[in-house]
Design a protein. Structure first.
Length: 101
């Protein structure tokens, strides 16, 4: 049983055609399954495609964040700035005249 090159080429083309058709069919089937918004069809299994469509269709009113009405006092800023002045002095930096005051 000898295979000719043309017979092998036809088999390769047929396999490639079937593979392309199957991949197209799977793409269409997954899109149709994702757009199926009837929950009774999906009750017996956990379907990630269906849940994505359901979460996309569900809507919740956006609420802005609530900011506190109180802000830090000026005393806090004075304390923080004095602490920063003390830590800003490094070993190789020139001496500051207001460091001790």
């Amino acid at each position: 049983m000898k295979l000719s090159l043309q017979h092998l080429r036809l088999n390769t083309q047929a396999v490639a055609l079937v593979a392309v058709l199957l991949s197209l069919w799977l793409n269409v089937a997954s899109i149709i399954h994702q757009l199926d918004i009837d929950p009774s069809h999906h009750e017996h299994h956990h379907c990630q495609l269906f849940s994505v469509a359901q979460h996309g269709l569900s809507h919740v009113m956006a609420t802005p964040p609530i900011w506190p009405n109180r802000y830090p006092t000026a005393r806090f800023f004075r304390l923080f700035s004095s602490v920063l002045n003390q830590f800003a002095y490094l070993a190789r930096s020139p001496p500051r005249s207001d460091f001790l005051f």
